[in-house]
Design a protein around this ligand. Structure first.
Ligand code: ZN
Length: 499
């Protein structure tokens, strides 16, 4: 809530050290259960998935790597502070990233460009620190992997992220499908955007502006937006209505941005109270509404699962599925956008749909980047920037940094906190969007049926593995040849017609 608060700084540090000390106990517990003569009976009672998770945890968590884990905790905390507290002077005021956002979507191109340049300068200014923190993090992760007997951190991360159903090779094939199908489609959408904006060339600071007269912004204060969300969820279904009433009654939000507040948005839960909690940085753009659909999608799933699944380890799945809960909710919420955006609702929906597809090449870029980084953990800052630049050319050939040296050299990756804090977490968003697009397509034809499948998926939580859950939710597997094309085809057609 305030990364400048020294008292809580110490508290977090203490918590990280003490939690790491619990690892040996956790290992003993896992060993006792997985090696028990009654394992089969336990599996009959609680399902096989719980034990699969424990088997995996034993491979990646151990007393031997406690020092590395503690050290990583310190570094990630340092990183979070560096990123959250970075400011830059813009329009006569010191601003952080969120303070720049509105200007980055300005309809005045000169202002937009200046805001993006300030944004790039903000990262360039902290880049020596970030580079150092990241180099140390990569080295520590690599060391712990080697201590645990893995050739590189990548193999360990796949197990730690519970990727039991797909391999590095499958991920590479999926990225290739994106490059073949989504990249050219986004290039066409970008070309339409260029014409619509009346520009000679679409530069990086133009990408976020979808309409010459400006993007749609939500109408109302934070409290009003929450009230609107409540009306929406009450109208959507009895389940969502009950969920959001609960959120509001117990004030389970911290929505507005403040100086020094941790960046980003997320949902977490207080399991004892079966209560989800939403954290975000509201800043007056349409992203605020995305929080009320995306994070609320996670929260809704948590609310349901915490009430139907007795084992807390199984209420949520892995991110490949969890992000389906949240990203699909963004689409299911479309019919209520009039209440948030008034006459600009259609504009919001179009921009949202474009945003959902055009981000996919970026998502897989972050994935490929991390594979490259951990394959060669000794890379220095400039080598890493070179790798980012090369990957960017491959998946986002339209990207034009208009002579900004820091970005042209490959500095863009640094603004992605997942790369620092949650290694390898990113391809999941792309996999999940491919599934969310399937629900969106079916929603256009038979909303009732699509919603029923979605509810089934939410209720199943993490009681089964990834591929099995896809079946539960009636979804095509994103790794299967043809799924990317089927899932994105109707979206691309719709955008080309609308935009
Ligand atoms: Zn999410």
């Amino acid at each position: 809530m305030d990364t400048t608060d020294e008292y809580y700084d110490k508290e977090v540090e203490w918590l990280q050290e003490e939690t790491a000390k619990l690892i040996p106990l956790q290992t003993e517990w896992n060993k006792a259960l997985t090696g028990s003569a009654y394992r089969a009976d336990f599996e009959n009672e609680f399902g096989k998935q719980l034990f699969k998770l424990m088997d995996a945890e034993l491979l990646v968590s151990d007393e031997r790597i406690v020092p590395e884990i503690v050290e990583q905790g310190k570094l990630t905390q340092e990183y979070s502070k560096t990123a959250a507290q970075a400011t830059i002077e813009f329009n006569g005021e010191k601003r952080n990233f969120y303070g720049l956002l509105k200007f980055m979507e300005s309809t005045d191109r000169a202002e937009r460009k200046a805001a993006f340049e300030a944004w790039a300068a903000l990262y360039e200014q902290i880049s020596p620190k970030l580079d150092e923190q990241y180099s140390k993090l990569v080295a520590l992760r690599d060391e712990s992997a080697k201590k645990m007997g893995f050739p590189t951190y990548t193999e360990m991360a796949y197990i730690a992220r519970r990727r039991f159903d797909y391999t590095q090779e499958d991920a590479a094939k999926f990225r290739e499908q994106i490059r073949e199908i989504v990249t050219p489609a986004v290039a066409k959408i970008r070309e339409k955007q260029r014409v619509r904006l009346g520009l000679d060339k679409l530069r990086y600071y133009d990408e976020a502006l979808k309409f010459p007269e400006g993007n749609a912004n939500p109408i109302g204060t934070t409290q009003e937006l929450v009230d609107k969300a409540q009306n929406m969820y009450r109208a959507m279904s009895p389940e969502t209505g009950e969920f959001f009433d609960f959120m509001k009654e117990y004030r389970l939000f911290d929505l507005e941005t403040r100086p020094g507040k941790h960046m980003g948005g997320y949902m977490t839960s207080f399991e004892t109270y079966k209560a989800p909690f939403i954290f975000s940085n509201f800043n007056g753009t349409s992203a605020d509404v995305d929080v009320l659909t995306h994070e609320a999608g996670h929260a809704f799933q948590g609310y349901l699962a915490m009430r139907s699944i007795p084992i807390s380890d199984l209420t949520g799945s892995t991110a490949e599925i969890n992000e389906v809960h949240s990203m699909s909710m963004e689409h299911f919420a479309y019919p209520w956008m009039e209440s948030f955006f008034g006459e600009n609702a259609e504009k919001y929906r179009t921009a949202h749909l474009i945003g959902a597809i055009e981000v996919i090449p970026y998502l897989v870029s972050v994935d490929e980047f991390q594979h490259r980084v951990y394959a060669k953990p000794g890379m220095d800052a400039m080598e890493r920037r070179g790798v980012w630049h090369e990957i960017e050319r491959k998946y986002m050939p339209w990207r034009d940094y208009d002579g900004n040296k820091f970005l042209e050299e490959g500095g863009f990756w640094m603004q992605k906190q997942h790369i620092f804090l949650y290694p390898f977490y990113y391809i999941e968003y792309a996999l999940a969007q491919i599934c969310a697009f399937q629900y969106y397509g079916r929603m256009k034809e038979d909303r009732t049926k699509a919603w029923a499948d979605y509810l089934n998926l939410c209720r199943a939580g993490g009681t089964k593995g990834y591929f099995e859950l896809l079946k539960t939710g009636n979804l095509l597997n994103p790794f299967e040849e043809g799924t990317v094309e089927k899932a994105t085809g109707h979206v691309i057609d719709e955008i080309m017609k609308l935009y």
